[in-house]
Design a protein around this ligand. Structure first.
Ligand code: LRH
Ligand code: MN
Length: 429
């Protein structure tokens, strides 16, 4: 395995910071011990936590208005894997990449899997794409894809999803994420019931092609690209579709796919209650599907989501195995820095949720002691867990301060010399 950043650079970086880290870690350890919490136990839990990064997040993203590339950004899946390896080498928390097809199409997926493995990476859920037309495509998705009124278009969308499963099998994935932008912009444009029926019929053909140990993750989204109705617009449509399809169909929660102020943590609790919690696309938003860095706008919501995940894990019902993935669009930052910062924010919320005194919380809830129930969460939320994550990271060979180490590596400026420039354009990738 040849990792992209020199191990000496990371060792030198950590050597300068280790003493301060040990001081902070021991002080926090004493504080937590007073509440009966063993800090090493939390560190072990943090060391076992990981989140997948999106291949499409390694490059600059954009909006319909514009995209502003940066010198040295990746131009193909091979360069994207290199950058994802930098994120994992420094954070030790992002060992899997979630690819998107046909954006990441290559001729030899076995070789791609080996290439990723040589960089310390594996593959998470594969994402199909029936929201864009590809050059030479027989049937346009302008009428929708799995719910299109045009049978040939539905068949084409089904075939593409099955092709993604076959690619995923070669990459070692076990999940297919299906997000369709299908919907309408005008009342009356399509029959709202028949659209769903066509979607369910076509999705059932994709479901039938799933290998035994695979899952199909249905991703709901309130709007965009459709602005009047969306076929799978909310968790209700998604869970009903997943129940209709079968036990291998689960629901994926993209945090940005809800109306402002929707209680997403309650959606998580509901999906788990009915055995349909399949995974997450972590990001943050203030208005629409802004795809901003996780925890950058509403870190408390992210904490409350992980609080529900901790409750679900403690009460797994018929299984608790959600896929954790980032799905962001990096329009104004270095994508690597954004994913380093986001992985940290997500891992922090996972660790803070482990610090909640659930006995005290449940006792206060049973006693209707509202303030003490709230305080049980707030106490954990306000603990700075960064020494725990940094210690786990350093012990795993990562960097104590991931952004400082990344900048010290001069990775981006070095890649700007090597990689061809990305053209101006618009759109998310
Ligand atoms: C849709 C979405 C979906 C991806 C795309 C890149 O908004 O969240 O998960 O396929 O972004
Ligand atoms: Mn998403």
């Amino acid at each position: 395995m040849t990792l992209p950043i020199s191990a000496d650079l990371i060792a030198e970086h950590n050597a300068q910071r280790a003493e301060a880290l040990h001081e902070d870690y021991e002080a926090l350890g004493r504080k937590l011990a007073r509440s009966g919490i063993a800090i090493d136990g939390i560190k072990a839990r943090a060391a076992g936590f990981s989140v997948a990064v999106p291949s499409w997040g390694a490059g600059r993203g954009g909006t319909r208005f514009a995209k502003f590339p940066i010198p040295g950004e990746p131009t193909n899946i091979h360069e994207k894997l290199e950058d994802c390896a930098v994120i994992n080498q420094l954070s030790r928390a992002t060992p899997r990449v979630s690819p998107h097809f046909p954006w990441d199409k290559v001729s030899d997926y076995k070789a791609l899997r080996e290439e990723a493995a040589s960089l310390g990476l594996g593959f998470d859920a594969v994402n199909s794409n029936t929201f864009q037309d590809q050059p030479g495509q027989a049937h346009s998705y302008s009428t929708g894809s799995l719910s299109s009124t045009v049978a040939a278009t539905r068949a084409q969308a089904v075939a593409h999803n099955i092709e993604c499963i076959e690619i995923g099998q070669q990459l070692g994935s076990r999940d297919l994420t299906v997000w369709v932008g299908d919907g309408t912009n005008f009342p009356g444009q399509q029959d709202l019931a028949r659209s769903l029926d066509r979607y369910l019929e076509a999705a059932a053909e994709v479901y039938a092609a799933l290998p035994d140990d695979w899952r199909m993750l249905l991703e709901h989204k309130m709007f965009e690209p459709a602005f009047y109705s969306t076929v799978i617009s909310d968790w209700g449509s998604s869970i009903l579709a997943a129940q209709e399809l079968g036990p291998k169909a689960k629901c994926l929660v993209d945090l940005g796919h809800h109306a402002p102020n929707v209680n997403i943590e309650q959606i998580v609790a509901r999906l788990h209650r009915f055995g349909k919690l399949g995974g997450f696309h972590f990001n943050d938003s203030k208005y629409g599907d802004d795809d901003l860095d996780s925890g950058s706008i509403n870190p408390h919501q992210l904490f409350l989501v992980f609080n529900e995940l901790a409750e679900a894990e403690a009460n797994p019902r018929d299984g608790f195995n959600p896929s954790y993935m980032i799905d962001q669009s990096h329009n104004v930052t270095d994508p690597i820095e954004s994913m380093l910062s986001s992985a940290e924010a997500i891992a922090q919320c996972h660790a803070k949720a482990a610090l909640v005194d659930r006995q005290a919380l449940h006792a206060a809830q049973e006693a209707n002691d509202t303030m003490m129930a709230f305080q049980a969460l707030r106490r954990a939320y306000t603990i700075d867990v960064s020494p725990i994550l940094a210690m786990a990271r350093m012990e795993a060979g990562g960097a104590i301060d991931v952004l400082e180490a990344y900048r010290a590596s001069q990775w981006r400026s070095r890649k700007a010399q090597e990689r061809k420039a990305v053209g101006l354009g618009a759109g998310i990738v």
